[in-house]
Design a protein around this ligand. Structure first.
Ligand code: ACO
Length: 335
């Protein structure tokens, strides 16, 4: 049977570091509040006027992943790009990545599943590989949140959380290996779509309102989050979907070598760690440095785990995510 193996991991983070104290001058917030409620100490925000775009950061992460995998861009036969902050309303960012990398005319698919986007993308890649359709798939998660945040006190409940960044993996078909993606598990609950949302622009409310300047006070162009409600759902679903993956593979929580949860809030990650009774060396968190980078957070954390020798051949790696939609997902991987 064909297995999908992650053979290369890459990342890219913009240079510009924004500390919690930097935010104190923009809005009514404090380093203490942000650290205590989220664990975040700093994040990266692309400098205004920079040429960086979501697809360009994804391209840099992809180049790093290709280097790590020791394969050429010409070996890639499909692209899956996850983002909630695309360069354009349309077309998607996958085709821009294809253009940037100067890859031949292969397929490029965009995934719009927010914080669960990377695992959804990985799952798509896994299915294409297992069906025999493709051999090397580039999976990217990239976000530039900073341009679209309400950086006034009105937006403080959301804006302090999000950061910019990109991560990428190369997923390869392997017939003679017992390592690789064991399973992925995807869920959604659309009845809570409006609890974590950027409402506009939309097909109900086009951009003309901004151009006309009629709606100066309209906050619907900024992310809205019912933080407490999202938090409560997140802790529940994270545990549920991790247990689903373990049960499906006849494994137990003791079998997890490394858990990487989507980096939404350090309190959420710690809560899950406690529920699963995992020691610190079995969990990787980096939200302190980067904030919530949505679709990019898992591949960035994966890259750092590898750089820090947290993962070795044969380990059981568990990935899990929860976010807007609501959507949530997990993946279990034998490294
Ligand atoms: N600085 C200072 N005070 C603040 C800030 C801020 N940045 N933001 C909110 N506050 C205030 C609030 O106004 C409130 O004040 P009040 O008590 O006077 O009304 C108080 O702090 C508490 O606010 P809460 O929203 O109850 O704070 P909470 O402890 O819930 O933390 C947070 C908020 C961090 C957003 C948390 O709810 C959370 O992490 N939620 C889940 C996030 C998540 O998992 N998102 C999913 C992924 S994202 C995606 O998919 C795109």
């Amino acid at each position: 049977m064909i297995k999908s193996e992650i053979i290369g991991v890459g990342y890219y983070l913009p240079d510009n570091v924004v500390s919690n104290s930097d935010l104190e001058s923009k809005m009514d917030t404090s380093d203490d509040w942000i650290k205590e409620r989220t664990g975040i100490e700093e994040r990266r925000w692309v400098k205004s006027g920079s040429k960086l775009t979501t697809s360009l950061m994804g391209t840099y992460a992809a180049q790093d992943a290709l280097l790590n995998a020791k394969i050429s861009k010409d070996d890639i036969d499909f692209i899956v790009f996850a983002t909630l902050s695309p360069d354009y309303y349309f077309p998607g960012s996958g085709v821009l990545l294809q253009r940037n990398l100067k890859i031949k005319e292969i397929g490029a698919l965009d995934i719009r599943n927010q914080c669960s986007g990377f695992i959804y993308a990985l799952s798509v890649a896994d299915q294409y590989i297992k069906s025999g359709m493709y051999k090397n798939i580039l999976v990217v998660g990239s976000e530039i949140h900073s341009g679209g945040l309400d950086k006034t006190s009105r937006g403080r409940g959301v804006s302090v959380i999000f950061g910019d960044g990109a991560g990428a993996v190369i997923v390869q078909a392997n017939k003679n290996s017992n390592s690789g993606i064991l399973s992925t598990h995807l869920h959604s609950e659309g009845k809570y779509a409006e609890e974590l949302i950027v409402k506009n622009p939309s097909t109900n409310h086009w951009i003309d309102k901004i151009i006309d300047g009629k709606d100066q006070d309209d906050s619907s162009y900024f992310p809205y989050m019912n933080g407490n409600f999202v938090f409560k759902n997140a802790v529940l679903r994270f545990e549920e979907v991790i247990m689903e993956a373990l049960n499906y593979n006849n494994l137990t929580k003791e079998d997890i070598s490394l858990l990487i949860t989507h980096q939404a809030n350090l309190r959420i990650s710690k809560f899950i760690q406690n529920r699963l009774k995992l020691s610190n060396d079995k969990v990787y968190n980096n939200i302190m440095k980067y904030g919530n980078t949505t679709a990019a957070s898992i591949p960035i954390a994966l890259k750092e785990s590898l750089l820090n020798n947290k993962l070795k051949k044969g380990d059981i790696l568990c990935l899990a995510a929860f976010g807007s939609g609501f959507t949530w997902a997990s993946a279990l991987i034998k490294w």
